[in-house]
Design a protein around this ligand. Structure first.
Ligand SMILES: Nc1ncnc2c1ncn2[C@@H]1O[C@H](COP(=O)(O)OP(=O)(O)OP(=O)(O)O)[C@@H](O)[C@H]1O
Ligand SMILES: [Mg+2]
Length: 315
């Protein structure tokens, strides 16, 4: 399959089959309201809290142990739904691929998968066939030549994977860890919420980008996700993406609100991965099922994600 769009071609055959691959947040931090919104401290967390803020690694050594390898898996999480996780995951995968990274985008929204819809992809196989035991993850990998990355699609719209048994999910996670060795980066688009399936799947990731908007509900849910993740895992690198802000300054304020809550209650300081501005062309590119970096590469939101990709690679 020809490699399109002039992206650098990674020097390896990919598993995909030949293709290489508003509100002022500050007000939330006052007095009792903050407690109500952010739900208080993590109980039982020790001073050996996760080392947050360590650089996202440049390519992890292949020979290192699983723990190191999994650090090339980056989960996109949020807590609240509809904050732009899937759009961001697609755009980040595209931006990383443009920079020569062998990238796999894994649709980990087991309830309402829609990576393939945003990309206008018609995958021959998806996670449904993998979980049913009919296909391997490798066989369910679909190249997305226009973006230069590979995709493992979920089962769009059916919700059929939402209640996958934990044992199956564990196997899927282990398979994903193995698959990740063939890529420089795996982007794992998670579903909304803090449910068990999401938490189990997110364990495959060594780093997480928690996406929030400036809405109080979104901030509170992002905090909840960070809190639960920090309780469960000491080693995870959590960073924050503020999406759909009216301005960079507003995004900065939103981040500070979340940061203060994390520092005050959880004693951790997840760094800011970046701010993505609100942009009408996001919706338009989704409606056209074409990545924003293809359709509107100079859109503000597109350039913001490019900058985040650049910083992630710099570590
Ligand atoms: N930076 C942005 N500017 C403008 N609109 C945005 C931006 N980011 C996301 N959106 C809008 O938000 C909508 C929801 O995006 P998306 O489906 O990616 O969210 P999600 O967090 O994955 O949702 P879910 O939790 O349901 O999986 C998109 O249809 C898009 O219109
Ligand atoms: Mg989504």
């Amino acid at each position: 399959m020809p490699h399109q769009s002039g992206f650098p071609r990674p020097p390896y055959p990919s598993p995909g089959g030949g293709h290489p691959t508003g509100g002022r947040g500050g007000c939330l931090c006052r007095g009792r309201r903050r407690l109500a919104l952010f739900g208080g401290p993590v109980t039982g967390m020790s001073s050996e809290a996760p080392t947050l803020g360590t650089p996202f690694p440049s390519m992890a050594p292949r020979s290192a142990g699983t723990k190191v390898r999994m650090r090339n898996i980056l989960a996109i999480a949020s807590g609240k739904g509809g904050v732009g996780k899937t759009w961001f995951a697609v755009t980040l995968s595209h931006a990383l691929s443009k920079r020569g990274c062998r990238t796999l985008l894994f649709d980990g929204d087991l309830g309402l998968a829609n990576v393939d819809i945003q990309l206008g992809l018609m995958p021959a196989h998806d996670l449904g066939s993998v979980i049913a035991g009919k296909k391997t993850l490798h066989q369910a990998t679909t190249p997305y030549p226009a973006g230069g990355f590979d995709v493992i699609a979920g089962r769009s719209g059916s919700g059929s994977l939402a209640n996958i048994p934990p044992g199956r999910l564990q196997i899927l996670t282990e398979d994903l860890l193995l698959m990740s060795q063939s890529y420089d980066r795996v982007i794992l688009d998670l579903g909304a919420g803090v449910g068990k399936s999401i938490r189990l799947l997110s364990r495959a990731a060594g780093a997480m980008l928690v996406v929030t908007s400036d809405e109080p509900t979104s901030l509170a849910d992002a905090y909840a996700f960070i809190k639960i993740t920090a309780m469960e895992r000491r080693d995870v690198d959590i960073r924050v993406v503020v999406n759909a802000c009216n301005s960079t300054r507003e995004g900065e304020r939103t981040y500070q609100t979340l940061l203060k809550a994390c520092q005050g209650f959880l004693k951790i300081s997840p760094p800011l991965a970046g701010i993505v501005r609100r942009d009408t062309r996001v919706r338009e590119s989704i409606r056209n099922q074409t990545p924003i970096l293809t359709r509107y590469p100079n859109a503000e939101a597109a350039m913001d994600v490019e900058a985040i990709a650049e910083r992630l690679l710099q570590g």
